[in-house]
Design a protein around this ligand. Structure first.
Ligand SMILES: Nc1ncnc2c1ncn2[C@@H]1O[C@H](COP(=O)(O)OP(=O)(O)OP(=O)(O)O)[C@@H](O)[C@H]1O
Ligand SMILES: O=C(O)[C@H](O)CO
Ligand SMILES: [Mg+2]
Length: 453
């Protein structure tokens, strides 16, 4: 292994950790919200006087951390509220939160616990006055962790349809379009319940492209989608015949105008709503880019919307790294090229792995024999697929090293066994569960000849 590759690996992992740290829920809230006397000041200088009640609600995997930061800032100004987080995290936060209640619910499939959480959230914001302020905290997993089904539909029916749509390959925009139309919490309904209070909704985005109405199914965001869209999505995946009668009736009544649509853009209830994204893939990439520039690297952010098959993305990113080294395009070494998003893996083999490890393994094959390059890819939640690592880092020597150990990188890739590959060849990035999620982060580092100079 050359010193330059070794250095490149170290920089790549350092930058991944920087990106994760920028998405830390406590930090993200504290960076964005300030208290100036009796006024809440948002990151864009919007000022919100705290004259009446202050209610904190929310749901999502990062919402415990977000609530903690709000409570540390506002303390006993908070008059009540509840956040719903994964059951396994309740113990971590319930001890440190005293004004905001923490309840546990289930994900990725909603359950009766999610309904109890949804009811409590809605009850907390009902009957408020125009002087009151609601702070809503949403993050990934929020859709499953809280729900208030529309009357006549059971949570198990919603849970089952959601899982069927996911398995059929529906994306998060499609899935949440359906969820919104079976809910009295999602799709802007929470804003309607909270009106006429002022509503500040802070979101950590796990949605590629950051559509606010899709994050946790947009409880505080005007819904541009319709009952028609929901029906078309269910039909697109061939599931209409399997939909229970109760759900069919709601969707059909919705189309016929017999029951109300979700609150739409232009609805006056949104006049008192401030929706803001406080952590996202691009916010993390920007933090990583600043750090890389500080360390003297020529830095480019390629995209925060990387999608597609992980092994193809790995090949393309390796090609970009080789171009930097060979011709100095788009920037000359020492260079850091950043990307983020969420790739997918069509699992055909029987191995263990995740999309980040698979991307890295594919890049390692394409980088065979290259010097001075490293590529790291990791999930910001610290869990790459069903494994206990965040991702992996590779360089131009990974291939040779594996061969010396008698491993065939191609065979491991073929078997979707990237986790086992890196267990043997080295290169896992282990962060533990990070308590946030802004999707995946990818770093390419290309060193000049002697990076230690
Ligand atoms: N052997 C494997 N190799 C590569 N990828 C795999 C393998 N097994 C599963 N995966 C991928 O892991 C993904 C599931 O990972 P994970 O549970 O982290 O989901 P997620 O989309 O990140 O959800 P969340 O946002 O809740 O974390 C699936 O998209 C699947 O393609
Ligand atoms: O909960 C959800 O809807 C997804 O994680 C997207 O935010
Ligand atoms: Mg994940």
């Amino acid at each position: 292994m050359s010193e330059a590759s070794e250095h490149a690996r170290m920089i790549a992992v350092t930058l991944i950790l920087e990106g994760i740290s920028a998405a830390d829920p406590v930090k993200a809230v504290k960076n964005f919200l300030k208290l100036d006397g009796d006024t809440l000041v948002l990151g864009d200088w919007t000022r919100i006087p705290l004259k009446g009640k202050v209610i904190v609600v929310g749901s999502g995997k990062a919402s415990g951390g977000m609530a903690l930061a709000v409570e540390e800032m506002l303390g006993n100004r908070i008059t009540g509220g509840v956040v719903s987080i994964p059951e396994e995290l309740v113990e971590k936060y319930s001890g440190s939160l005293s004004r905001v209640k923490v309840v546990g619910a289930t994900h990725p499939r909603a359950s009766q616990k999610s309904v109890e959480a949804g009811q409590r959230i809605v009850e907390s914001v009902r009957g408020l006055s125009g002087e009151d302020v609601v702070i809503a905290l949403f993050s990934g997993g929020g859709s499953a962790l809280a729900e208030l089904p529309v009357e006549g539909v059971g949570i198990d029916e919603i849970g089952e349809l959601s899982i069927k749509l996911m398995k059929a390959g529906a994306n998060i925009v499609e899935l949440n379009t359906v969820r919104k139309h079976l809910s009295r919490l999602k799709g802007g309904w929470l804003a309607k319940h909270a009106y006429p209070a002022t509503l500040v909704a802070l979101m950590i985005s796990d949605v590629v492209g950051d559509r606010m109405d899709i994050i946790a199914s947009g409880p505080t965001v005007p819904d541009p989608t319709t009952y028609h869209d929901a029906v078309n999505i269910v039909k697109k995946y061939g599931l209409w015949e399997e939909v229970p009668q109760s759900i069919k009736k709601i969707l059909e009544d919705g189309i016929a105008g017999k029951i109300p649509e979700t609150p739409k853009p232009g609805d006056p209830v949104f006049e008192k709503v401030h929706n803001r994204i406080i952590a996202s893939n691009i916010i993390s990439l920007n933090a990583m880019a600043s750090k890389a520039r500080e360390m003297g690297y020529n830095t480019v952010i390629l995209t925060s919307m990387l999608e597609g098959e992980a092994r193809e993305a790995g090949k393309i990113l390796a090609a970009i790294a080789k171009e930097v080294l060979k011709t100095g395009n788009p920037v000359p070494p020492p260079a850091v090229i950043l990307a983020g998003g969420e790739t997918t893996v069509t699992v055909r083999g029987r191995g263990t792995g995740g999309r980040n490890q698979e991307l890295a393994l594919s890049a390692a094959i394409a980088l065979k024999g290259e010097q001075r390059i490293a590529i790291a890819s990791a999930g910001s939640d610290g869990r790459d697929g069903p494994t206990d690592v965040a991702g992996a880092v590779v360089d131009g020597y990974t291939y040779e090293k594996a061969q010396k150990l008698g491993l065939s990188p191609e065979a491991y890739l073929e078997n979707n066994d990237s986790y086992s590959f890196f267990q043997k060849a080295g290169g896992h990035i282990k962060t533990g569960y990070t308590g946030t999620n802004v999707n995946d982060l990818v770093v390419i580092v290309v060193e000049k000849e002697n990076p230690w100079e």
